[in-house]
Design a protein around this ligand. Structure first.
Ligand code: NAD
Length: 503
């Protein structure tokens, strides 16, 4: 079954389950910590008044659960509810300070495979102060891989490393999600940010998959920016962008930047989408200082709730809530965080704000653009097709050494390594932090105690694992402290490793 067919089947099943029996859709709700319970109470009151049909299961997460000794802030039984309902509306929680605690968000995201983080960043000019009155950008951040695997090692006295893992299935899932999202939400353009001028293999794969999959959506404009200049443009002229898809780290940073420059961090909601389960929340935290005072703005969580309604196919209720909320903002009914003399008409608390939204259900905004949700936004990505097996040939090995003798002279190191050469492999290059220092290095190049020593197959032939093991065995006999190796492979004749200076 193709991606599209699989998605359509699942969407049809969901629509049927909502419309045929008009049964309430089960969702899991967590009230969280700090301002969490107040904004969740307000949000659920609005959702229910809108005609949304929800069967709510409540789970306990956060501070109290950490205190009961569960290091990720969630009890084992809570997973049953999440796996049963597959929809999670979550209020913010307070992350305990100190070691021994795991991030609940990261745990939920990774355990349930929530690969797409979607964050609409919209300005509400002139009702909420912003430098970018026309901003309406959706950041789609890859949520599971990149450097966030947390695979880190200290290898030498001076050097630590973090592995950046980018996978083809991971790229395919997030990129397809971004294009499907754009199509379902009547967006015009999808932009990709990477740094593939430097990381040609990892970011290069993300960019390549973006081009491949984007070609299946001819009605959508498609563009790629190098992340540095792209970020500068986003911060300066956000109205030039529509949907932006990015690997995890860039997306983590830039989704906060985008929300902030929209002028509305307290107003933004987000979704975390997986093939099976999805989680919806506000982007802000639990704001403990504001807790229990009927002060907090429930808008971020409410807009997360709107995304949830779209996800479960209750698009009419989603539009009714969203438009009533826009009308409330436009009418100047504001909580303290966005209240502004001369712009706002009334300062209200959490409960009164919810009352004002409920009173406007069925109304449309007049200055701000009303929203319309035509169809459930695409949220289902069938597993990507397994990549065809390429013809793989091992043609060398990079041996990484911890070595710091004398003044760390690369020529001296080469003198130690050249005797390791066997019939299959010979030393071709040494680099330090990616900069070539042998042959033909310059004395000015700064050298740490961490060396990449490249051995390549003599005459471009294939080498065996035994050849590599024999090389390492000789290195061990010579007392050389090798800390890791990376095999150099070609795939269908294409080198699967970086080559040359500065890589
Ligand atoms: P925060 O977002 O909770 O608060 C930052 C500032 O924004 C505060 O001044 C607060 O008063 C204000 N604010 C935030 N939300 C508001 C709202 N809805 N209405 C009005 N004002 C609001 O960030 P923080 O203070 O750095 O973090 C507090 C706790 O939240 C920490 O324990 C942190 O780890 C946690 N946190 C949780 C999540 C989550 O659960 N998704 C996300 C971020 C932070």
């Amino acid at each position: 079954m193709t991606h599209i067919a699989a998605r359509d089947t699942v969407l049809r099943e969901r629509e049927n389950s909502v419309s045929s029996a008009n049964t309430a859709v089960p969702i899991t709700v967590a009230y969280g910590d700090g301002i969490g319970p107040e904004i969740m109470e307000a949000t659920l009151r609005i959702l229910q008044a809108s005609g949304a049909s929800l069967a709510i299961e409540t789970i306990d997460i956060g501070e109290r659960v950490y205190a009961r000794g569960f290091s990720a802030g969630i009890e084992p039984g809570a997973w049953d509810s999440l796996r049963r309902t597959k929809v999670f509306l979550k209020a913010p929680i307070t992350t305990p300070q100190g070691g021994g605690f795991k991030s609940l968000n990261v745990t939920v995201r990774k355990t349930l495979g929530l690969y797409a983080n979607v964050r609409p960043c919209v300005s509400y000019h002139p009702f909420v102060r912003t430098k970018h009155p026309k901003m309406d950008v959706v950041i789609v951040r890859e949520n599971e891989e990149d450097t966030y695997g947390g695979i880190e090692h200290r290898q030498t006295d001076e050097v630590v490393q973090c592995l950046k893992l980018i996978t083809r299935p991971g790229c395919e899932k997030i990129v397809r999600y971004a294009f499907e999202y754009a199509r379902a939400n009547n967006r015009k353009k999808v932009t990709c940010f990477t740094k593939d001028n430097i990381m040609k293999l990892t970011d290069g794969l993300f960019h390549k998959v973006f081009d491949e999959i984007g070609a299946e959506y001819p009605e959508l404009e498609r563009e790629h920016w190098i992340v540095d200049i792209g970020s500068a443009k986003l911060a300066d002229t956000p109205e030039a962008f529509d949907v932006i898809v990015m690997p995890n780290l860039y997306g983590d940073i830039l989704s906060d930047v985008a929300a902030q420059i929209a002028g509305s961090v307290g107003l933004a909601g987000s979704s975390n989408i997986g093939s099976e389960v999805a989680m919806f929340e506000a982007i802000h935290g639990s704001a403990p200082r504001r807790a229990g005072q009927n002060l907090a703005n429930p808008s971020g969580l409410l807009l997360g709730g709107v995304m949830m309604l779209v996800h479960i196919g209750q698009v009419e209720a989603a539009a009714r809530v969203h438009n009533a909320w826009l009308k409330t903002i436009e009418d100047g009914i504001h909580t303290y965080d966005i209240y502004s003399e001369g712009v706002s008409s009334k300062k209200v608390g959490t409960r009164e704000f919810a009352d004002a939204v409920i009173a406007r259900l069925g109304q449309l905004p007049t200055s701000l653009r009303p929203v319309e949700y035509r169809a459930p936004a695409a949220h289902v990505a069938a597993p990507p097709a397994a990549a065809a097996h390429a013809k793989k040939a091992t043609v060398g090995v990079d041996v990484f050494l911890h070595w710091s003798r004398g003044d760390r002279n690369p020529n001296e190191l080469a003198g130690l390594l050249q005797p390791l050469t066997n019939g299959a492999l010979s030393l071709s290059m040494i680099s330090n932090r990616g900069t070539k220092v042998w042959p033909d290095g310059l004395p000015e190049t700064f050298r740490t105690d961490h060396w990449r020593c490249r051995f390549e197959a003599t005459g471009g032939r294939e080498v065996s694992h035994r050849d590599i093991a024999a090389l390492l065995s000789k290195a061990a006999d010579a007392g050389l402290d090798f800390i890791k190796t990376e095999n150099l492979c070609t795939f269908d004749g294409e080198p699967g490793y970086s080559r040359g200076q500065g890589q």
